[in-house]
Every structure is written in C-alpha cells, then in structure tokens.
Design a protein around this ligand. Structure first.
Ligand code: 5GP
Ligand code: ZN
Length: 118
C-alpha cells in the first residue's frame, strides 16, 4: 500500500528499484546506496524501506527502526574500513538542509571532517 506522498518520492523509487542506485547494504527494513553527488570518498545514504518524510515525522513506535538505521550505518562503516572515524548526519527540514523528503542518514568518511558544519 503506497501513500500519494510515497508514490512521488525519489527515495521510495530508489528503494523499489524503479530508479537505479548502487546498493551498499540492505535488509528487510533498510536500504543503503551511494550518494549521487558524494561529499567524501565514502558517502552512503541509509534509508528506511517505508516512507517516512523526516526525523521530525517519527514517533515512539519508530524508535527501534531509528536504532536500526544507526546500527546499519555502523555496520557499513566497518565494511568500508572507516576505523579512523566517520560522520553520520541527518538533515531535517529546510533549515537543516534536507532536500529529499524521505528520512535518510548520510554516512561520510574517508577524509578528515571539519567542524562546525555549514
Ligand atoms: P539531503 O540534502 O536531503 O540531506 O540529502 C539528499 C541527498 O540525496 C544528497 O546528498 C543528494 O546528492 C542525494 N541524491 C539526490 N538525488 C539522488 C539520486 O537520484 N540518487 C542518489 N543516489 N542520490 C541522490
Ligand atoms: Zn519515500
């Protein structure tokens, strides 16, 4: 069952395979793929298979899924040998810099990061 919102969602289309992507990791709840415009040598997007517009749209019933997304990021980082460190980012809403309205984690690594972010 798809909502109208999900039918027009770029990342839902990537999850279902109608828009191609380079898969990095997947299981029953999560799909991870290479960012099309990488900001670091490793730049992976980790998304829930179900359509959730943003972190701000989640509630207590989705906390296990949120933990699962974060755990997937750590697992991918280990696979990518990012032992020196990496960054996990979630952009939320216009001020947070979110451009795709389907919850996603950015996993960035392979170079030293700077702080604060822009
Ligand atoms: P946001 O700005 O919403 O946090 O991040 C959206 C990310 O999605 C950006 O880093 C952007 O490069 C990536 N992106 C946008 N369109 C596509 C696409 O069609 N394929 C892939 N693999 N990444 C995309
Ligand atoms: Zn979606």
């Amino acid at each position: 069952m798809y909502t109208v919102e999900a039918m027009s969602c770029l990342f839902c289309k990537i999850v279902e395979g109608s828009i191609p992507s380079t898969a990095v990791f997947q299981d029953d709840r999560v799909y991870a793929f290479a960012d099309i415009n990488p900001q670091a040598p490793v730049h992976v997007l980790i998304v829930p298979r179900e359509h959730i517009a943003s972190l701000d749209e989640t509630d207590a019933s989705q906390r296990a899924l949120l933990g699962h997304l974060l755990g997937a990021a750590a697992e991918i980082a280990r696979t990518k040998k990012l032992g020196k460190g990496y960054r996990v980012v979630v952009n939320i809403g216009p001020d947070g810099g979110q451009t795709v309205d389907h919850l996603h984690l950015h996993l960035l690594g392979g170079r030293a990061m700077t702080w604060p972010p822009g």
